[in-house]
Design a binder for this molecule. Structure first.
Ligand SMILES: [Zn+2]
Length: 284
């Protein structure tokens, strides 16, 4: 059984490179546009210059892994239906920054996972998140032992690192994971609670709200099956954009025409696609 469009066996993913787990999306793809929009909207640190999304890869998983996520999602949905919580599974797309010890995503040919146990990025893409590894990279656990994500891309960026190998990435490219998260009914907190290892009874996640102990939102889940990596976002400073080949011409060419109608059509197509993909509102 093919669980969903992130399945390795889904027909849409057939053209991936043999044995690769990530699939590059074309910049004109409505999903690429929507991911880029989430990244830009989520860049909230005013003191950090907003980078440019250069590549988006779709992350593919085994049906076994996707099925465990789907089961958890439907259980949360059923629980919330009974308790009359209107948002159901409340599935959201949230960012997570981690350690990358290899060159995955640096260009569209770098699509093979490395085997280093130091490379948290490849470990997560290969086997999803593991709550037992919480605190491996960052020892401070604001809301205890959970899996930390955020709608704030500039915050997730703080947790990206190039690992011990200090791999030199061309054009200072960095990466973030954008993940599907079953937020369910969130327990909202403004104060730290480092002792937690599960949400309070009746809740499915903890959401840290800015204002007291936090400056930016974070969403924590405490079960491995409440989250799956969905997209790998590769970004870098404006100056890192690959330059198009210059066309030498003595003739003054007219500016390229931008078809506004087609851009609008693409945007609404992206919205429709993601709405179909995620039955609940996206994190903003
Ligand atoms: Zn790696």
């Amino acid at each position: 059984m093919i669980v969903d469009e992130f399945s390795l066996k889904h027909p849409d993913n057939r053209h991936r490179r043999r044995s690769s787990r990530i699939l590059p999306l074309d910049p004109s793809d409505p999903i690429f546009i929507q991911v880029e929009r989430l990244f830009s909207k989520g860049w909230r640190h005013r003191q950090k210059i907003r980078p440019v999304v250069q590549r988006v890869f779709k992350i593919l998983s085994s049906d076994e892994s996707l099925e465990a996520y789907a089961i958890h999602k439907s259980q949360v949905q059923a629980f919330n239906l009974l308790s009359r919580y209107k948002k159901g599974a409340n599935e959201q797309l949230c960012f997570h920054g981690t350690r990358r010890s290899c060159a995955l995503g640096d260009d569209s040919n770098q699509v093979f996972l490395c085997n280093s146990t130091e490379c948290s990025l490849c470990c997560i893409i290969r086997g999803s998140f593991d709550v037992a590894k919480c605190g491996t990279v960052n020892s401070f656990k604001r809301f205890g032992s959970g899996i930390y994500t955020t709608s704030c891309s500039s915050k997730a960026d703080d947790y990206y690192s190039a690992g011990r190998s200090r791999q030199q990435h061309p054009r200072n490219l960095r990466v973030l994971l954008l993940n599907r998260v079953v937020v369910g009914k969130p327990h909202n907190r403004r104060h730290n609670a480092t002792h937690m290892n599960q949400p309070p009874s009746g809740y499915h996640s903890v959401v840290g709200l800015p204002g007291v102990d936090l400056n930016y939102e974070e969403t924590v889940v405490y079960r491995n099956d409440a989250i799956r990596p969905a997209y790998l976002v590769v970004y870098g400073p404006q100056s890192s954009m690959e330059q198009p080949v210059e066309v030498q011409s003595d003739v003054l060419l007219p500016p390229p025409s931008i078809n506004q109608k087609s851009l609008a059509r693409n945007a609404s197509k992206a919205h429709a696609l993601l709405s179909a993909l995620f039955t609940t509102p996206l994190a903003v």
